[in-house]
Structures are given as C-alpha cells and as structure tokens.
Ligand binder design. Structure first.
Ligand code: IFM
Length: 445
C-alpha cells in the first residue's frame, strides 16, 4: 500500500441482488425490508444485479481507470446461518470476483462486514450478544483461508457506529431495535470482534494488512455557549472517540463512559482483557468514511445524548447533508494530531443527487462533480500538511440500494436504470476518469 490508490467503493447488499441464490441465507436487511422498513417497499432484489453482472461492472471500472475497488463480502452467502461450514458457492463467487479485478489490474480492498448480519445470529441477540463477536472471528477465518492469497487489504467493519447506534439505538437501520443499552453493547462487541480478527490475522502470520473503517465526523457547536460546546464534545465522543480511543489507546473515553453510565446505568459489556484485545488488534490502516460535518446545540429532550442538530449555512445534497469540504481536511489533521501518524484510506466519500436519465449518452451531475473535486482537493491539502492518506474511494461506483431509502437516493458515478439494469456514465464518472489519468506514478497533484 505504498502508492496512492484511486478507487470506488460498494457493498454486497447494496448491489448484488440474488438474495436467494446459491444457498445464501437471510440477512437482517432482507428481514428489515420484508417487514416494511424501507421506502417504497424496496428490497435487496434486484439491486444492481451485480451477482450476475459483475464482469460488466469490472469492465466499467477498468474503462474508468480505477486502480482499486472496495467491495464487501456477504456473510450470509458464506455462512447462511452465521456459523459452521462455509457455503462453497458463496466463497467461489468472491474468488471469481477478486480474480476478475486482478485480471483487470484493479486492486481489491475487501470489507468483511458491511451491515448484512445473518438473521439467524440476530435471532440470538445480534451484535448486542457477545457470541456474535466470536462467530465473526470464525467467519473471517473462512474468508482469509480462501481469499488470503488474492486479497492483500482487509477491512473488518464498515462504520460500527451505524451498526450499533443506528441498528440498535435509534432503530432506523436493521435490525431496527431501539435500546441504547443494547446499542452500547453492540458497539463494544463490534470493536471486540475487530480485535479478535485482526489479532488472529497477525498471529497466523497472514500476508497483507488489516484495518477498520469508521464514519467520522467533525462536531461543531452552534454557539460558543458552554452548553453547546459540551454538546459538540459529546457528539465527538459518541461518534469519533468512542471508536478511535479503544482502537488506538485501549481505553474508552472517560467522559463518555461517565455520560452513558449516568443515562443508561452501568456499562457491563466489557470483560477483563477485552480492551487489550481491541488495542492489540490495532490498525495497519484506518479507513475513514466522510460525508459531512455536524452542527449541534444542547437539548434536554434527547434522553441519551442531550443534543440536537442545527441546520448549517451550506448547500445540501439529496440526503439533506451539508457540503463542507474543508471539514474533511480538518478531520484528517485532527486524526493525526490526536491519534498519531496512521496510514489512512478514504474508504468512502461522495454524494446523492436527484440525477435524471434524459436520453442523452451521459447523465449530467455537475453538483457531484463539484462535490468530488472539492473533497479530493481537501484530501490533497491534508496530504500536503503531512497526513499519510494513501487512497481515496468514491462512494459509489453505481447507484444502489441506499438502505432505508431504498433506490430513491442515487450516490453512483454511474447511473443505474433499475428496470433495465442499464448502466450509463454520469459526468462525474468521466471527470473522475480524467482526474485519475492526470495523476502520474501514483502521485497526487
Ligand atoms: O450507502 C452508505 C454506505 O453503505 C455506508 N456509508 C454511507 C453510505 C451513504 O449513506
């Protein structure tokens, strides 16, 4: 991972479709969609039908000159019930996919968990149950055994903040549970599972690198009042430090432990040795997903965090997320200042807009071109100031299943006409292709 990699990212559930093929088991997102929690009744089928069209999609990547592709493995394809012997057909699919990348000169970056927990494990408590961390370690070994010779770079979790706090706290994402104590336990078990997997990876002397991807934010206070500043600090603690601190220093942040305990009672998910396991697992690199900063003020109504979001003076994307590229530079500098000189990959960055296929050969998406241009410039500025950023993966290659929003939100640089599955380049894909072509020898200008 010495040269800078320009790539694109996607995840299994969001693009593959074929949810009932070749022995795949049910995931929590299949169940969440089937029980009416996704806009327009959308489900994981057909998504981008990538399970059948992966060759065409890899060809698209090659034609754009992408150097890397971040994809995820669907745990329920590999262990339909989340435990026991591997389903060979599931692993074969990913083996073919990775070999296809290598044949096209595209470097694979594999994520082991991007939110599609086997439903059978959820039935046993999901991430709120400690057992799931051990099942995850078992699943990871199956993946390493079969793909370890062709994949060098591994990510254990994508956005454990979302897995735990949105999946088990606010319940807006699968499995849709609203129990903050369960969410806290889930966050710990996700981190523990990272520690177990990364330590085992190194102890076994496996070749390659292993890290985790966090969705980090810049938490700003709406005013300079003591209460609002404290609210911003809490959001930073909740969203960023709760994950970064144990991974880097082996401790949860004291202020957040005290805060959660004051609101939720004792936090007893942590067993002796867990924090050392998490720290020892450590990071060969840190994956950073960045979309937007948050502006908050203190609010007593929110039972747990005691804060609320305030609108920012910035343009917004189709998700309503403010566009503030300078915050990405600020975030990267902050990570280096507080956590040291970690190799960093920007494993996701991008924006949803209401793109329209109007019969032309290219879908015009100037706002996305501007978003990518300005955020890449923000990464370049951080690099110029010494942050060790080694790659950038645009989210996302294709329009896809945007979780509880279904197919309504389009993040792709390639438009997908879902009824026909036709792929059409957006202007941003061509802009990104040209940007990559202008970078020579892996350098970033
Ligand atoms: O689509 C998601 C992705 O799965 C995880 N990070 C944020 C993206 C946009 O919401």
């Amino acid at each position: 991972m010495t040269e800078f990699v320009w790539g694109a990212a996607a995840s299994a559930f969001q693009i593959e479709g074929a949810t009932q093929e070749d022995g795949r088991g049910e995931s929590i997102w299949d169940r969440f969609a089937a029980t009416g929690h996704v806009a327009n009744g959308d489900t994981g089928d057909p998504a981008c039908d990538h399970y059948h069209r992966w060759r065409e999609d890899l060809d698209l990547m090659r034609s754009l000159g992408l150097q890397g592709y971040r994809f995820s493995l669907a745990w329920p394809r590999i262990q339909p019930d989340g435990r026991g012997l591997a389903n060979a057909k599931g692993l074969d699919f990913y083996r073919r996919l990775v070999e296809g990348m290598l044949e096209r000169g595209i470097r694979p970056l594999a994520t082991l968990y991007h939110w599609d927990l086997p439903q059978a494990l959820e039935d046993g408590g999901g991430w709120a149950a400690r057992e799931t961390a051990y099942r995850f370690a078992e699943y990871a070994e199956l993946c390493f055994d079969v793909l370890g010779d062709v994949v060098e770079d591994w990510i254990t979790h994508n956005e454990p903040w979302v897995t735990s706090f949105l999946g088990y706290g606010t319940g807006v994402k699968a499995p849709g549970i609203r129990d903050w104590s369960a969410a806290l336990a889930a966050s710990h078990h996700a981190l523990l599972s990272h520690g177990l997997v990364a330590s085992a990876f190194r102890d076994a002397g496996r070749a390659g690198r292993i890290g985790i991807t966090l969705d980090l934010t810049v938490a700003n206070a709406a005013t300079g009042s003591e209460h609002d500043l404290a609210a911003a600090r809490r959001l930073d603690g909740h969203h960023n430090r709760w994950f970064l601190d144990p991974l880097v220093t082996g401790e949860y942040p004291e202020d957040m432990l005290a805060h959660y305990e004051s609101r939720l009672g004792s936090f007893d998910a942590v067993h002796d040795g867990d924090l050392e396991t998490i720290r020892r697992g450590g990071l060969d690199f840190l994956g950073v997903n960045f979309y937007r900063p948050n502006l908050v003020r203190a609010a007593s109504e929110d039972g747990v965090l005691g804060l609320e979001e305030v609108a920012q003076a910035a343009e917004v994307t189709a998700m309503g997320w403010p566009v503030v590229p300078a915050a990405l530079t600020e975030l990267l500098l902050r990570v280096r200042r507080d956590y040291g000189d970690l190799p960093i990959l920007i494993t996701e960055n991008g924006a949803a807009y209401d793109d329209v296929l109007d019969g032309g050969s290219v879908v015009e998406d100037e706002p996305r071109v501007a978003y990518l241009h300005d955020h890449i410039a923000a990464v370049v500025r951080a690099r110029e100031q010494g942050v060790d950023v080694r790659g950038y993966y645009v989210w996302s290659l294709l329009d896809n299943f945007e979780w509880e929003w279904g197919y309504e939100k389009r993040f792709g640089i390639v438009f997908v006409d879902f009824p026909t599955q036709r792929r059409v380049f957006k202007r941003s894909a061509l802009w990104y292709r040209d940007w990559i072509a202008r970078q020579t020898n892996g350098s970033v200008s």
